[in-house]
Design a protein around this ligand. Sequence first.
Ligand code: ADP
Ligand code: ZN
Ligand code: ZN
Length: 735
Amino acid sequence: MNELYADIIVDISVQALDRPFSYHIPDVLRDSVGVGSLVTIPFGPRMVRGYVIRLKDSCDYDPDKIKDIAAVLTDEETVEARLIALAGWMCRTYGGVMAQSLRTVLPLGKKVNPLTIRRATITDRNMAIYYKGRLGKRQQGRARVIDSLLEHDDRLVADLMKEQNVSIEIIRGLEKDGIICVMTQENYRKVIEEAEALPPDVLTGEQSMAVRKIRTEWSTKNRPVLLKGITGSGKTLVYMELIADTLAEGKQVIMLIPEIALTRQTVTRFVKRFGEKVSFLHSRLSEGERYDQMKAAKRGDVSIMVGPRSALFTPFTKLGLIIIDEEHEETYRSEMTPRYHARETAEKRAEIEGAHLLLGSATPSITSAYRVWEGRYAGESLTQRYGSAMLPKTLIVDMREEAAKGNRSMFSEELSGRLRACLDRGEQAMLFLNRRGYAGFVTCRSCGFVAKCPHCDVSLTRHANGKLICHYCGYEIPEYMECPECKSRHIGGISVGTQQVEEALRKEFAGIRTLRMDFDSTRGKEGHGRILREFGRGDADVLVGTQMIVKGHDFPNVTLVGVLMADLSLNESDYRSQERTYQLITQAVGRAGRGTKPGTAVIQTYQPENSTLRYAAAQSYGPFYREEIAYRKIMRYPPVGGLLAILGSAASEELLTVGMGYIRKYIDIIDKRGALAAIGPAPQTVGKIRDRFRQVIYLRHKEIENLIRARHMIEEYIRINSGFEEIRIEFDINV
Ligand code: ADP
Ligand code: ZN
Ligand code: ZN
């Protein structure tokens, strides 16, 4: 190590990150100072403690004036030190500057407004409605608050005030009149606990077997474990057993779940089992409230933190277990620099903390399955649904035949017939419109032909200028006037939205009651929760939605699931399109027959011969994995090799093209033999967002380390050379 200087922060706050102090590392300490080290330094007249956040070999400071680090407090390792070390790893792996990584991992302080941790609910709905009817013209603020609470069940007081534009006096007034009830988060949890008492669960034979095997694994090796369990097999119960083990050892647990799965159902299950020890994070929390929870975790007031991606950085001092549920979900990938993946980062944090890592999914990511194959993870599985629930019967319908039969409806005869029968029985259905890849691939409606890039084996995307373009390599061809396979003129893009599906339903099924869930209908803060509650209550016969509806909701009365345009996501211009389709279809199918009644799933497609669809319909993960990994090997796509995306964006297309061209030339210089297999620059999947043009260059290599090294060189190149001021360059590894 030849770094001579260290950047040190003396307290942990946003400001401290922006103004670290430089110190010299004396020779005797050179081996013991690293990123994350807790050190003592002379600070003004005193000696204080600080954390090393960066090492560097030069310093702008006058070398005579710079002070020495006094000591390294190695035996006093703190959770902050470990988190800073984690940030160091993230910065190195995912790029960006250290301050960005630190901001991601450290619970940075801000003052807390007590209102942000209070929730308001209606005390009595009928009384509230009556009260509202008698309010005068000048009391519309009160009326708005009541409306909002009638719709949402409960809200954070701070949110209510902001959204309804009312003062605290109005809230207090309503509280005094007994119309609403305001309580802290803790009380709120107690309410849930009392409201829905559940009998304790006894593990099934298969479940306890899985628990035993995981315990055995961890008593010897501490490898991460991938638990593959079909939907409804009781993965959550297995998690809870292992959480209980960890608590019994006096250690703490982080459990990541996709935000959308943080339903009242989930909260109740955890509070029932672990009471006050469990806490929940979600994106609706204010910054102060979040900080409060992080502090509580550090003090040891809670021992289990359940939340989305960012909960991974909860500063537990004795972390024993990290669980990632639905580990294949894309929400675990950050879209902001550092573009980290929670799974890899959790692996690193578990390593630093000596904690266990458990990944769970019904449809594991190809990457995790590959890690099991490599022996880096251990694999465990649950193959049976709990109780009498059975996997639904699955039918694949060829939509080309429907067209040939003259059926112009969105619904095949099979699906319409089954939907009618389902409604007659008073049961419910979900229609899932696969909207992934909707961004303009081109297909023939007569034979199913799809336009693909001959070099990258991904679908070409139709652009506004009429050209079909490959987003990996930039290959382009003019738009087809007729199908090159069957000469049909029915070739082009497809565009259907959930709204059209809802309209078609109402037209074809008189009196049908529908609910729709997509990004538009859920825009309000608790929009999707409300829609799901209404559907759960039986307020509608059919729930129509995009991929949002397939995730982890249990509706015992749903016996029919229809998947419309199952092939759309197969044609997404991305090497993971088959994997995503497999996951989406499996999960959609898994929504039917969760209760005691048997379920059916109907999958409509123009490519019934597609093997991914067939495997998903049959829930044959093994054969699907083998086929997919063979493709990844041939193409050298992750997880077999590493893929680095260099993402450029700029307001001027010309500047961007020139800049990305320079980067490409530089890559060719540092990589004369073409080992990095550079492709591009090409437009990104979405070529322009908010008037900024976007391009991408891909590098591929067997060894991630080589890609990281190349990224460092490119970062340096951009820093040193002029001409990149107007271009934003970001890096994404294993996108
Ligand atoms: P997964 O997470 O694998 O989809 P869950 O843990 O959510 O499965 O279990 C599905 C349903 O079955 C839940 O309603 C759960 O309460 C129930 N269940 C699973 N195992 C048991 C058990 N051993 N005893 C009682 N109920 C169980
Ligand atoms: Zn054709
Ligand atoms: Zn291509």
